[in-house]
Design a binder for this molecule. Structure first.
Ligand code: C2E
Ligand code: CA
Ligand code: CA
Length: 726
């Protein structure tokens, strides 16, 4: 430590020696410098003309040289080589022999730590020639670290280390602005955990936090890039996917995310299970600015949660309209009961080995005075959200029990119970009262509940199950094969029956489907636990035969009977033992959704408004044009930039069956959509309506040369000009 021990008097910035009258000042200055060094506020250094150290404050010497003697060591050797070149690097400023300030340099500290220094220097001259530097150096490692930490903090969620909401929003804003100019697509997904709150409430916040961390890790693993995943707060996450508009791939990714998050977690030795719902929106189709895109992804998420959780959903314009329709329906639903607009239909449940009816399921119908019959699939979710489900559910229960007491024989009646009803503390009392006032034997009442009851917040499921079983009623697990389909529920809850969902049955007949193996496993488990199995929605013989082969005992579906009104049901019953012969198609075609939707068909620069009557993965039935020859090619405009190249395969009067060149993909909600969309920019450039055919006829009618051409097809007079046919 030679230099440290031979501290001398400094003379700053001066040529020549100290003059006598300044000596006192010089001694004072040296004292101050020493105090400054001792307080470790900074260090001084000096070099000779070759850049070798002639002085270095003791603390800096210890930090930079360790046990080594600093004297004579080239100053540049104390620091790491700069990563780049430039005017602000130490070698550069040193070579220039000019004054420099606050150049940042690094050195190796203890334990492989990097130390950061801020160094300044003043050239010294002796008789006009450069004699070395005199300077100051300060350790700025801590400042730098806290600056880095605070910028990391400003951008990241402290719990999971993912991007935070602010940063994700900024990222989206920047990307969308850039992409709008380049006409590139960008998708975003909003992910909401199902049942997280329950875990947090019952197992504690520490477990909740650990769970969120694991969810974040899984998300990053599935998405493959940490910089694209953010936690928005609570149990909400967002994923950002630039240059992605393939809805097939997006659907696959959403499914992977849901599957991954729904796998069990082990936290502090305890296991827990949650799920996730996902809403997807793709720019520029679903919005070209951040607010709109995120709001629409949120609407899609809301719809996904409403359709049973554990699902994904793409945004579509329909969702905006659906939100409005819901409001209107909800108002009407308030009075539906009082006005006697609700009615129960009954669908037989049949033992497959002898075609004998063993029970029925009660299915509620709403006869709306203006809109006609409204499906429970549509109004039950509205009732659930507005709490009307309690009164409607109670009415259904009492009506079904009362109806059933009048039936000859011991037919069972199954009643659907919404998770909202189930969670209600008074529910067992309502069931008891319905049984007592109708006089129905409890064993003849079967309550159908879905996995949703396990997701209901603030409900002690075990206690509820016990009190219901105490009444002597039977319990069925409905819709198995949708949602989480955890076999764990079967073991823990006292079910008498498990109902395999129709989507699962339908999927089972497809090649390479895993559903068959899963159904076989469910049947085996059900037998072991002494439960019955019902296959729902069986329509065709291939499904029917498969279910029998898999030992499913009961079948409910169109192959036996549709749900029928009570009077019709009573007529069938009057004929004694009720046996139904199965009847239906041999095989199920690609499932066709029947519909009535205005769309467009483009042919030779003409845009024809047509009506979509049904839609499947591989084709559609369109209506509105006459005398269209088989083999004609159309571009079918399904709306919102969904253009499907198709060929007419069948043609009858004003209806054509068309086959798509590329198969459609699932929209996550039982609906279908095209894999890719044409962006609004391209639609506008082509003069196409951006909202699809619904906006009314738009004739292009111009050839490439700009000349007006005549349309090749004539619109059917049945509906041309009429408002809303059908
Ligand atoms: P769910 O409990 O799964 O009822 C079976 C649904 O499948 C019924 O639809 C029935 O008409 C339909 N279905 C039966 N066989 C076939 C078939 O072979 N092919 C096809 N494509 N469909 C078939 P529905 O009556 O429209 O009811 C829809 C859903 O609404 C029900 O699904 C149930 O979740 C709910 N729901 C109906 N009534 C009530 C009720 O009183 N209370 C509650 N909470 N929910 C109800
Ligand atoms: Ca049911
Ligand atoms: Ca069902």
């Amino acid at each position: 430590m030679a230099i440290g021990k031979t501290r001398g008097v400094f003379r700053f910035g001066g040529e020549g020696g100290a003059r006598g009258d300044r000596l006192l000042d010089g001694a004072r200055a040296a004292g101050l410098c020493r105090a400054y060094e001792d307080l470790n506020l900074g260090a001084f250094w000096s070099t000779d003309a070759d850049g070798r150290l002639t002085y270095l404050s003791p603390a800096a010497e210890a930090a930079l040289c360790g046990e080594r003697d600093a004297r004579g060591v080239p100053l540049l050797d104390l620091f790491l080589r700069p990563e780049g070149e430039g005017e602000r690097t130490l070698p550069f400023v040193f070579a220039r022999k000019g004054r420099f300030e606050r150049v940042i340099v690094r050195s190796d500290g203890e334990d492989g730590r990097t130390l950061w220094w801020s160094i300044s220097g003043e050239p010294q001259t002796v008789r006009g020639s450069f004699a070395g530097f005199l300077g100051h150096v300060r350790d700025v490692t801590d400042e730098r670290q806290s600056a880095e930490e605070s910028s990391h903090l400003a951008m990241h969620d402290p719990l999971t280390g993912l991007l935070n909401r602010r940063h994700m929003t900024r990222l989206l804003e920047k990307t969308l602005t850039a992409f709008a100019l380049q006409k590139r697509a960008c998708a975003t997904m909003l992910i909401d955990l199902d049942r997280f709150k329950q875990v947090n409430d019952t197992m504690g916040h520490a477990v909740g936090d650990a769970l969120l961390k694991q969810v974040a890790e899984r998300l990053v693993r599935v998405v493959g890039d940490k910089e694209k995943v953010s936690r928005l707060g609570g149990d909400e996450f967002q994923v950002f996917l630039p240059d992605t508009d393939d809805r097939g791939l997006l659907g696959d990714l959403a499914t992977k995310i849901i599957t991954s998050i729904s796998q069990p977690y082990t936290i502090e030795g305890a296991r827990c299970l949650i799920g996730a719902s996902v809403g997807v929106a793709v720019a520029p189709f679903d919005g070209s600015v951040t607010d709109e895109l995120v709001r629409n992804a949120d609407l899609a998420l809301y719809a996904a949660k409403g359709s049973g959780r554990g699902r994904f959903r793409f945004f579509s314009q329909d969702l905006l309209k659906a939100a409005e329709d819901r409001r209107v329906l909800e108002e009407d639903l308030h009075d539906a009961l009082a006005r006697g607009e609700l009615e129960l239909f009954y669908q037989p449940v049949v033992r497959a080995e002898n075609n004998r009816v063993v029970g029925v399921e009660a299915l509620v119908r709403w006869n709306h005075p203006e809109l006609g019959s409204i499906s429970p699939a549509r109004f039950i979710p509205i009732a659930e959200e507005s709490n009307l489900i309690r009164v409607i559910g109670e009415w259904v229960l009492r009506r079904a029990c009362a109806d059933a007491t009048g039936w000859p024989g011991g037919l069972r009646v199954a009643v659907n119970v919404s998770p909202v009803q189930f969670a209600d503390e008074g529910f067992p009392a309502i069931v008891a009262s319905a049984l007592a006032s109708s006089g129905l034997h409890p064993d003849r009442l079967e309550l159908e509940i879905t996995e949703g009851v396990f997701l209901q917040e603030g409900c002690t499921t075990d206690a509820r199950f016990n009190s219901l079983k105490g009444l002597g009623v039977r319990l069925a697990l409905d819709d198995f094969g949708t949602g989480y389909s955890s076999l764990g529920y079967l073991k823990s809850a006292p079910f008498d029956k498990i109902k395999i969902d129709q989507s699962f049955v339908r999927g089972a007949t497809e090649d390479q489907s895993r559903n068959q193996a899963i159904i076989a496993a469910i049947v085996a488990l059900a037998q072991a636990l002494d439960m019955e199995t019902t296959a729902e929605g069986v329509e065709s013989f291939d499904q029917f035969d498969l279910m029998k082969r898999l030992n499913v005992t009961l079948v409910q579906g169109y192959i036996y009977s549709r749900p029928i009104p009570h009077e019709e049901f009573l007529r069938c019953l009057a004929e004694g033992d009720w046996v139904i012969e199965p009847s239906g198609p041999a095989k199920q075609r690609h499932y066709r959704q029947a519909m009535f939707r205005r769309i467009g068909a483009i042919h030779d620069n003409h845009y024809y408004p047509v009506v979509l009557r049904n839609l499947s993965v591989s084709g559609a039935l369109i209506e509105g044009l006459v005398e269209v020859p088989v083999g004609t090619e159309f571009v079918v405009d399904l709306g919102e930039g969904q253009l499907a190249v198709s060929t007419v395969r069948r043609s009858r009067k004003s209806q054509q069956g068309v086959e798509f060149e590329h198969a459609l993909v699932s929209d996550g909600n039982g609906g279908l959509c095209t894999r890719h969309r044409v962006s609004p920019y391209q639609l506008a450039a082509a003069g196409l309506p951006q909202g699809g055919g619904q906006e009314g006829p738009t004739m292009l009618g111009r050839g490439e040369d700009g000349k007006i051409t005549m349309p090749a097809f004539v619109m059917s007079s049945d509906w041309k000009g009429s408002g809303a046919p059908g």
